[in-house]
Design a binder for this molecule. Sequence first.
Ligand SMILES: CC(=O)N[C@H]1[C@H]([C@H](O)[C@H](O)CO)O[C@](O)(C(=O)O)C[C@@H]1O
Length: 239
Amino acid sequence: MTDTGRVIALIPARAGSERVKQKNTRPFAGFDGGLLELKLNQLARVPEVSEIIVSTNDPVVLDYATQFARDHDRRVSPIERPDELGASSTPISAFIRYAATLRETGVMMMTHVTHPFLTAAVFADLIAAWRAAEARGHDSLVTVTTLHKFIWDENGPYNYDNTVEKWPRSQDIKPLFEINHAAYLMPFARMRAVDDRIGTNPYLHDMPERLVMDIDWEDQFHLLEDIALARKARGISLL
Ligand SMILES: CC(=O)N[C@H]1[C@H]([C@H](O)[C@H](O)CO)O[C@](O)(C(=O)O)C[C@@H]1O
């Protein structure tokens, strides 16, 4: 029988990020271990998670995760990743194929250190949303940002018809869903069956911008650090 009861968090943190140097472990908003320390502390406060895998080919990340497992939370499992699966040239699909083999059973919850505002309570909500979605027959959950925006392509308006109404109210525009990479939940067995981190009947879980803001570029690192510090100064926990 396939066991989908256990939720296993998976943090991919490859070496050598190009756009944001030392992205995973550079000090961030008072966390000396950086975004990785923040993410591990958030997940450490989620009792619904049975294991927290850190997949990396970066010795600094490996050391940090090993030390965190020893000193703070035994659920953390650092797993060394072959270098060829952690290069900037590695296709994401090759990494996903490998990730699907990391555990035989259970539900993978992939999340990235680059989303600093996913607190323990947010992860608990995500897991509850997955359980409800699974009960309705969905095979995966992917987090999205719902866009009610005026999107154009080279032919003009993409998601509204300006021959009907030049400027519809934004709430009346057909929504588009941006995959925001905050989290993917899917049983490992199902990942292997479809060779992806999204299944054939995914539940699109909408999340507000304030939770899913992420760091892709150097200026975003500083912007989100400013926001994190401002929240801390107001007594709002990042955990
Ligand atoms: C949005 C997305 O898919 N991110 C993926 C990134 C990017 O592929 C990589 O940073 C190049 O931009 O790589 C990982 O972090 C990694 O291999 O550890 C897995 C992660 O799921």
